[in-house]
Design a binder for this molecule. Structure first.
Ligand code: ADP
Ligand code: MG
Length: 645
């Protein structure tokens, strides 16, 4: 973290701590407490919405569960504040798991529907379980008493401030750790993420449960702030408000949720004071005019793009002077403002501000991380060897059939891969080569047949568990985590080396630091192995196509596989790069890693493969050493087109 960032955080916390003395109005202090509580919830919601990229309409219900856990514990059993709050976190996280485990089997609109149904059910339950919740009458709770001192509104403000700072700290640590990286990776490329052993489903559930726990914390704090809870608070409108706040504030930032909370809590208040509204709307109009003029002048936006936002803000500002009474139009204006932000600032207000800062100071964009180069005296790349002790087969696929509708992409294919060999897989386009890889790595479940790897049946296992068994792959259509740097991509492959727990992450224990450092050293040496050491901090999507392929190999090797599947690795590579690739594959074999190689460049296949299998229309038509295959009549006819003869 930069020094300026640290200073601004300290300043912000100091200012927040001084606010009650600067502005000693109980009404506003209470509003700030609500802002703090919402901000805590939104920090958690952003993990699901911003990082994992799923829409949850169940967060108001989770907030309600937190509120009611604290409320019921306190009201019915007299449990003290300091026990009720952690209990709410745990109970809400459990409910989060109950919701997430079935719900996250689906995604997108289906997930939204399931979470919405959850919200409705929870509200009904709270209403009906009168013996616990007092039903629609609600529960009354008093603020806590510490050592005989009754906590006042201002005291409570400080309690919420401490909770907010703690939540910020914890969420920041989590999102900057290998967990946060896993969340981003599964959003960026679910297939690659699964094939790197980072289970998409598992980490989505993880993110959801974390987010629910944080919602529970917010909910329990809300109970003590309001001193009264009733079921209809935790309704659909609140859920939408939370989502809007995250999106308006800006996803994938810590400041976004705080800003979002300020907006959704303060805006209704601003909209009840016509004078304040006039001032603020003029302010917004002036900012929009100045920004639009600038954006058009430097060619960032076209005149057409800025016309509508200009009109809307100006109309809003002018209409303030024609309205006698703002309360009648509150909801309309609120809606227009929200639509405006969501539509014109898709990355939220913080995202918008960031893009301006980056424009002014482009060097800020680069996330420069120190590359740990341990020099040549160390092992060329720190992947342990897989000594080829026993001869025999590493992988056997028996009678594999893969049917897509009426098409048999694979028809009774048998494949035996000898330990320590480089096994070529060739055939015309559409002959089923990539389909075999997808079957072997669990992306497709074969219609019939079985696969045995290392003496273990893996047919039907999930991609992430197959990756865990030691099968790594690259993709014909490159599947990198585009928004991550090269080294971060490799670090996702090293995810399996991180064994430390959530608590280690939060407290940055020596164990956590040790594993982090070890992973970085390994990632750096893997990048060096594929010749990308200089590009470690470049975003993957900005790399040339050929380099992206090499990066995929480094990432696959990070999994420490015993079998590596390469799907057309030479595609898009220049002639010198292809020579490098051949050397690289030989080195990989030298480490005892078995390789299956799909390739169209016959020189590559012929120079490094021990055995070659030829597919045509989903059927094996030939198999043997490169020399035998090359002179096979059927192969020449189907694939080599007579050129080899
Ligand atoms: P290759 O990699 O040998 O060029 P593929 O394995 O990609 O060929 O494809 C083999 C055949 O299977 C093609 O006809 C392709 O259209 C079909 N196929 C592959 N994946 C799917 C899928 N998910 N759905 C339907 N058809 C598919
Ligand atoms: Mg293919």
């Amino acid at each position: 973290m930069s020094v300026t960032k640290k200073i601004s955080i300290v300043l912000a916390i100091t200012l927040a701590a001084l606010l009650p003395s600067l502005w000693p109005n109980p009404y506003y202090i209470h509003l700030m407490v609500v802002i703090g509580i919402y901000a805590i919830l939104l920090l958690g919601l952003d993990i699901v919405v911003g990082y994992v990229g799923e829409v949850s309409l169940g967060h108001a219900a989770l907030f309600g569960i937190g509120a009611y856990t604290a409320g019921v514990l306190n009201f019915q059993l007299g449990v003290p504040f300091l026990l009720a709050v952690p209990a709410s976190v745990v109970v809400t996280a459990l409910f989060g798991a109950i919701l997430a485990l079935p719900a996250l089997r689906v995604s997108g609109p289906y997930l939204a529907m399931v979470t919405l149904a959850f919200g409705t059910i929870i509200q009904i339950l709270i209403n009906e379980m009168t013996f616990l919740t007092n039903g629609p009458m609600g529960l009354s709770i008093r603020k806590p008493v510490f050592f005989g001192h009754h906590i006042t509104g201002t005291d409570y403000y400080y309690i919420v401030l401490i909770a907010l700072v703690a939540a910020l700290f914890v969420v920041q640590r989590i999102l900057k750790s290998h967990l946060g990286r896993a969340f981003e990776a599964l959003h960026d490329s679910p297939i690659a993420s699964d094939c790197m052993g980072v289970s998409v489903y598992g980490y989505k559930v993880y993110a959801f449960v974390l987010s629910a726990g944080i919602a529970g914390l917010a909910g329990s704090l809300f109970t003590y702030s309001e001193e009264y809870i009733s079921p209809n608070t935790y309704n659909f409108e609140l859920t939408i408000l939370f989502l809007l706040a995250v999106i308006m504030g800006g996803r994938k930032t810590r400041s976004g949720p705080i800003l979002g909370a300020i907006i959704v809590v303060m805006l209704p208040n601003v909209l009840s004071d016509i004078e304040l509204f006039r001032k603020i709307s003029i302010g917004i109009a002036v900012i929009t005019v100045v920004y639009s003029a600038y954006a058009v002048a430097v060619g960032m936006r076209t005149l057409k793009q800025v016309t509508l936002p200009l009109l809307v803000t100006i109309v809003l500002a002018v209409s303030g002077y024609f309205m006698e009474n703002i309360t009648d139009h509150r909801l309309t204006i609120f809606g227009v403002m929200i639509l405006f932000v969501v539509y014109y600032l898709p990355n939220g207000i913080m995202g918008f501000l960031r893009s301006i800062v980056h424009r002014v100071r482009p060097q800020w964009i680069h996330r420069h991380e120190e590359i740990l180069d341990h020099g040549d005296k160390h092992h060329i790349w720190s992947v342990p060897d897989h000594p080829v002790t026993a001869r025999g087969h590493l992988l056997e696929a028996r009678n594999i059939v893969m049917q897509f509708g009426g098409l048999k992409a694979l028809n009774e294919v048998n494949l035996d891969i000898a330990k320590g060999s480089v096994h070529g897989l060739i055939g015309p386009n559409g002959s089923g080569k990539s389909t075999i890889m997808n079957v072997l790595t669990g992306i497709y479940k074969p219609t019939a047949g079985e696969i045995e790897f290392n003496g273990k049946l893996i047919t039907g296992a999930t991609p992430s568990s197959i990756a865990g068994e030691g099968i790594a792959r690259t993709f014909q259509n490159v599947q990198l985590f585009g928004e991550m740097t090269a080294i971060e991509n490799v670090l996702v492959g090293l995810h399996h080396t991180y064994r430390h727990s959530l608590l280690d992450v939060v407290f940055h224990t020596p164990r956590c630091r040790k594993e982090k450092l070890a992973a970085r050293v390994r990632a750096a040496s893997l990048l060096k192995f594929v010749g990308l050491a200089d590009l470690a901090n470049e975003e993957a999507r900005n790399l040339p196509y050929g380099k992206q392929r090499l990066l995929e190999i480094a990432r696959a090797l990070a999994l420490n596989p015993s079998l590596l599947l390469l799907d057309e690795p030479a595609a898009g590579l220049t002639a010198p790069d292809i020579k490098e690739l051949i050397v690289m594959i030989n080195k990989i074999r030298g480490h005892g890693i078995t390789v299956i190689l799909i390739e169209h460049h016959m020189d590559v296949v012929m120079s490094i493969c021990d055995k070659v299998t030829v597919l045509d229309f989903g059927q094996k038509i030939a198999e043997g050493t490169p020399a035998i295959v090359q002179s096979d009549e059927k192969v020449i006819e189907a694939y080599l087109g007579g050129s080899a003869a």
